[in-house]
Design a protein around this ligand. Structure first.
Ligand code: ADP
Ligand code: MG
Length: 245
């Protein structure tokens, strides 16, 4: 895949594959293109060149008759429906209750009845430890609670892929643990594929099968987390880990 913003080439012919059920952590300095990768998979950004396939299906563009052809929005949405993304800054709908935040897409996109969506949402709220907050507004919750609602909201769409972009970076340190614990449970109990951007190296070790170190839009080193974190081979990985650990 290729991504440019104007004449700034952020991802230059980047190529990688994530297997079904695999958990991959992306690390690398600020500005190396990690968020852009997740946003491209979510189709929040338009690819400048190349292709992304999800479950074998072309997501943004396909090759047809020797040409690169744009996939229509409806078809894109059919695929991204099954991709959940959790952002650094929660992004809950402030005017809706917690329950409404979680049921909105299942009702309007999946076509669940209000009652079905509510019962599913209650189960998910229980799972993230917020069963008693269903009628609260996001502004009445701590950052960590809002982030757990955002996770429940993503799970409500039965995602096959979960994209997690620094989901604990905006939290006070004492709230980080609860959010990571919820994500560890999900990783242990489901086979949802995950692309994770995080600076929480212990978390990355606990949940991921593979770590990819990015710099300037390309992968400079990848491997099992134990290997990458304890014996990185590339100089840029060594410098990066020394700076963040
Ligand atoms: P990371 O998440 O690794 O910190 P990003 O993917 O956010 O990196 O950014 C990669 C590069 O793309 C940076 O140089 C950034 O300035 C640029 N970039 C990201 N989003 C935009 C945008 N909407 N418009 C212009 N440049 C952008
Ligand atoms: Mg980022």
């Amino acid at each position: 895949m290729v991504k440019r913003f104007g004449d700034n080439t952020v991802l230059d012919d980047l190529n990688f594959t994530v297997s079904q059920g695999e958990r991959v952590t992306l690390i690398g300095p600020s500005g190396s293109g990690k968020t852009t990768i997740l946003r491209l998979v979510m189709t929040l950004e338009e690819l400048s060149g190349g292709y992304i396939h999800v479950g074998g299906q072309p997501l943004q563009y396909e090759e047809s008759g020797g040409k690169r052809v744009r996939i229509p929005d409806r078809q894109r949405r059919r695929i991204t429906q099954h991709i959940g993304m959790v952002f650094q800054h929660f992004n809950l709908f402030p005017n809706m209750t917690v329950l409404e935040n979680i049921t909105e897409a299942p009702i309007h996109v999946m076509g669940l009845s209000k009652a079905e969506a509510a019962s599913k949402a209650e189960g998910l709220l229980d799972k993230v430890g917020l069963a008693d907050k269903k009628n609260a507004r996001p502004s009445q919750l701590s950052g960590g609670q809002q982030q757990r609602v955002a996770i429940a909201r993503a799970l409500a769409m039965d995602p096959e892929i979960l994209l997690l972009d620094e989901v604990t970076s905006a939290l006070d340190p004492e709230l980080v643990g609860d959010v990571l614990a919820v994500l560890k449970d999900i990783a242990a109990e489901t086979d949802i594929s995950m692309l994770i951007v995080t600076h929480e190296m212990q978390f990355a070790k606990d949940v991921s099968n593979r770590v990819m170190m990015f710099d300037q839009g390309s992968v400079v080193e990848e491997g099992h987390p134990e290997k990458i974190f304890s014996e990185p081979e590339n100089q840029r990985t060594q410098d990066f880990l020394r700076a963040v650990l």
